[in-house]
Design a protein around this ligand. Structure first.
Ligand SMILES: NC(=O)c1ccc[n+]([C@@H]2O[C@H](COP(=O)([O-])OP(=O)(O)OC[C@H]3O[C@@H](n4cnc5c(N)ncnc54)[C@H](O)[C@@H]3O)[C@@H](O)[C@H]2O)c1
Length: 351
């Protein structure tokens, strides 16, 4: 196979802003088919991706069965991920599955089991693994530049919870989303933290729903928001480090701030994904009180599009930081623990 023919299920926000946009820039890839139950979303995507009407489906099973589709991207709301992922894997087609991979840990494990029974494989869309600053940070940590990691301070801050036009979309309803910022934004932070420092072993969290009511999608009636829009937690890592995390959609002044400070025994690394092309490093010789922080441009070798990584994997060239479905399931374990910890007001072990 020289060109991977890709079918995308769910052609809403993330499909348009990331998957289709990047696939159009990828080598060895063609968007061959699309599926959505919303005809308007489908036709917008078809126009952008240049997909003919006969390859636009309203039933995802038809897209999976299309012999001219080699690999599948799943960009639907969370409650549909497991069913669609398992169907594609059973058909022997590789998948690129949006995060959170499932509604809970048990469901995530069924996806991983389906992958083990399949000739195909899956990738989890841990998008931030493909930010240049993250890839460079991982390289620097692995090179030993900052020594052993002893602490992380992490924040994901958005103002989108307060946007006036934001209605009661699926993200705010438990049976469709399972959780709010915890699964939506938190799972990215958790994945990056575990990528850099290894697995989290225990945590203690608190969460809140700041905006408690929103207008329904189809009327002016207000209805309750069922999912969280803010979460803070402390975590211990197997390596002995600890971390403090704050994730919120209710931080006015922040459009999409993702800030990481990683502290080691010999130095530290900081990045803010508002500008993923730079990274600040502090290290030196002798007494650390004399070290200076230097901001560097990330070298070109640390640039890779998420979608190119998926296409490359289908062609047998897997990136070293490739996020597997098992990584997605590990993230889900931590998400479940965060929810349990906040609900039960106690430290929870990740097992
Ligand atoms: N990796 C990232 O950074 C990132 C960013 C945003 C969203 N996401 C994830 O992507 C997924 C989708 O989020 P979104 O913001 O694009 O949501 P969205 O609501 O904008 O889009 C979802 C699309 O799926 C369609 N859909 C619903 N049911 C369907 C079905 N049965 N068959 C086919 N299509 C169906 C909807 O009509 C809609 O067009 C979520 O899991 C979300 O967590 C990931």
């Amino acid at each position: 196979m020289n060109t991977v023919r890709i079918g995308i299920i769910g052609t809403g926000g993330v499909a348009m802003s990331r998957h289709i946009k990047e696939l159009l820039q990828c080598e060895n890839a063609k968007i061959a088919a699309l599926c959505d139950i919303d005809p308007a979303a489908l036709s917008r995507a078809a126009e952008k991706a240049g997909v003919p009407a006969e390859k636009c489906y309203s039933d995802y099973r038809d897209l999976i069965a299309d012999p001219e589709v080699d690999a599948i991207e799943i960009c639907t709301p969370n409650y549909l991920h497991a069913e669609m992922a398992i169907a594609a894997l059973r058909a022997g087609k590789p998948i690129n599955l949006e995060k959170p991979v499932a509604m809970n840990r048990a469901q995530a494990d069924t996806i991983v089991a389906a992958e083990q029974d399949s000739s195909a494989f899956g990738m989890t869309c841990f998008t931030y693994r493909f930010m240049p600053a993250v890839r460079y940070a991982k390289h620097l940590v692995d090179s030993g530049l900052i020594g052993d990691i002893v602490g992380l301070n992490v924040a994901y801050l958005k103002n989108s919870g307060f946007w006036e036009e934001r209605r009661l979309e699926w993200r705010f309803i438990k049976k469709y989303a399972a959780s709010g910022v915890v699964g939506d934004l938190g799972v990215h932070l958790i994945d990056l933290a575990q990528l850099l420092a290894g697995n989290i072993t225990e945590l203690c969290s608190t969460k809140a729903t700041v905006v408690k009511e929103r207008k329904r999608l189809d009327s002016e009636e207000l209805a309750p928001v069922e999912t969280d829009d803010s979460c803070s937690f402390l975590a211990h890592f197997a390596c002995g480090a600890d971390g403090a995390f704050h994730i919120t959609r209710c931080a006015i002044g922040h459009k999409n701030t993702i800030r990481y400070d990683v502290y080691g025994t010999k130095g530290s690394i900081s990045f803010d994904l508002n500008d993923p092309k730079i990274l600040t490093v502090c290290h030196g010789e002798g007494d650390p009180k004399n070290y200076v922080s230097v901001t560097e441009n990330v070298p070109q070798e640390f640039y890779l599009l998420q979608e190119q990584a998926f296409v490359n994997a289908v062609l047998g060239k897997r990136d070293p930081l490739f996020p597997t479905l098992a990584d997605g399931a590990q993230g889900q374990r931590v998400v479940d623990a965060l929810l349990a910890s906040a609900d039960e007001r106690r430290w929870v072990d990740i097992i």
